[in-house]
Design a protein around this ligand. Structure first.
Ligand code: DGI
Ligand code: FE
Ligand code: FE
Length: 400
């Protein structure tokens, strides 16, 4: 199997890294990519305001997921766990022991490639892996690499591939750290990586999480979830905003509730339970053991305690999975926008999209019935709040 190896400080990972990784993965026809944040880089001192290894690992995980490559992309902490300087030769030996039968290709940018012969044990590296050099600025074509390529091929029999990157993004982590420190927003960063930086106050940023702007709040929420959930969150926000205008609710609150509604969706059971405990959220016995129900509760806790959301928003998030009897307008809007947003591909989504414009209660009722049918077909118990919500609407709703 052909495996790419992308090491770096990733302090922070940025669009230049992502564009290079995509171009190299495509050019080499990789079947897997390993991203390896450096512990103590041998060639440069970490800057004064650099992020911890733990944060760089977390940001690398976000980048890996956001690459959108259709091959496995794994982030390894082998250099972060190793004591002393992070020598690539040690890393490559460790990888070769792990992947003895695979064809490993080490990524490097122009400057690293041109100084390759000065690295620690370059010959050993070249004997174990292929070298994949990519340009870091627009002028870095074949000509820049040619002499060094020939030299390494002749002296050490190195296997070398140079990659043209038509979408090269010319930026460095140093520039990004400086602009973040000066309070500029996250140019050249993936939105979710920027959200991670903001919520963890990295690189001298000091955003007040309780009064984030909309772009900041979106970035913060997206940084907590997998890439594949982001279109759903965007769709829920736009649907909720339109419904707020249609039914006379506060559009700002509808957007805020939608942006944060699934922010804890990927927390595991123990993190869900500890989050609820931390924010004094009481759970019933069924909720304690039913993972899909818990993100609404923990999400409401984080919306209030971390992001300073008003009660109406927190309540809408709190009830967005089960619903409840006698829901407020905002609660109904979030509950049903979550089902009817455009990225939902279920056969019944089209029916809901029509209903949300003409009969809000009928739409919520239909959503509840669909949940009950779906949950029953999965042989899962139905939460009593879901049944109460349906029964309340059956008894009270005004026919349109
Ligand atoms: O978070 P989303 O996927 O966007 O949507 P959601 O918050 O409505 O969660 C849907 C999940 O929750 C789905 O897996 C079904 C589950 N669910 C909803 N109501 C009930 C339920 N599961 C059980 N066991 N009982 C319920 O009443
Ligand atoms: Fe949800
Ligand atoms: Fe959702």
């Amino acid at each position: 199997m052909k495996i790419g190896v992308y090491g770096g400080t990733f302090d922070p990972p940025h669009l230049g890294h992502m564009s290079a990784a995509k171009a190299a993965a495509k050019a080499l026809h990789l079947e897997e990519l390993l991203i390896i944040p450096a512990g103590i880089p041998p060639h440069k001192a970490l800057s004064g305001c650099s992020a911890s290894g733990e944060d760089r690992l977390a940001m690398a995980e976000i980048m890996a997921d956001r690459l959108g490559l259709h091959i496995p992309v794994k982030v390894l902490d082998i250099e972060l766990r190793r004591a002393g300087k992070s020598y690539t030769s040690d890393t490559v030996r460790e990888l070769k022991a792990r992947y003895p039968d695979d064809d490993l290709w080490l990524f490097m940018g122009t400057d690293m490639f041109l100084s390759f012969h000065t690295w620690h044990e370059p010959e050993a590296i070249a004997s174990l892996v292929g070298l994949c050099a990519f340009g870091r600025s627009e002028g870095d074509g074949e000509a820049v690499f040619a002499a060094q390529k020939e030299r390494l091929e002749q002296s050490w029999n190195a296997r070398i591939v140079t990659v043209e990157n038509p979408n090269v993004v010319e930026v460095s982590s140093t520039q990004i750290r400086e602009s973040l420190q000066q309070g500029e927003s996250g140019a050249y960063l993936d939105e979710s990586v920027w959200g991670y930086i903001l919520t963890h106050h990295l690189y001298g940023t000091h955003a007040d999480l309780k009064s984030l702007s909309f772009p900041e709040l979106r970035a913060a929420s997206y940084s907590m979830v997998k890439a594949k959930r982001i279109p759903h969150i965007r769709g829920t926000e736009e649907t909720a905003a339109k419904m707020a205008l249609r039914w006379g609710a506060d559009e700002i609150l509808a957007r805020k509730a939608a942006i944060l509604h699934d922010c804890t969706k990927y927390f595991g059971l123990s993190e869900q339970l500890s989050t609820c405990e931390k924010y004094d959220i009481l759970l019933d016995d069924m909720e304690k053991t039913t993972l899909p129900l818990l993100h609404a509760k923990s999400g409401a806790g984080i919306a209030r305690a971390v992001f300073g959301m008003p009660d109406e928003v927190c309540e809408a998030i709190f009830w967005h999975t089960t619903g409840k009897a006698d829901m407020t307008l905002l609660e109904k809007i979030l509950y049903i926008a979550d089902y009817a947003e455009p990225s939902r591909k279920y056969p019944w989504a089209a029916e809901l999209r029509e209903l949300i414009d003409c009969d809000l209660d009928a739409a919520v009722l239909r959503g509840l019935e669909i949940t009950i049918e779906h949950t029953t077909s999965q042989h899962q118990p139905i939460h009593y709040r879901t049944l109460e919500a349906r029964d309340w609407l059956l008894a009270h709703r005004k026919e349109a």
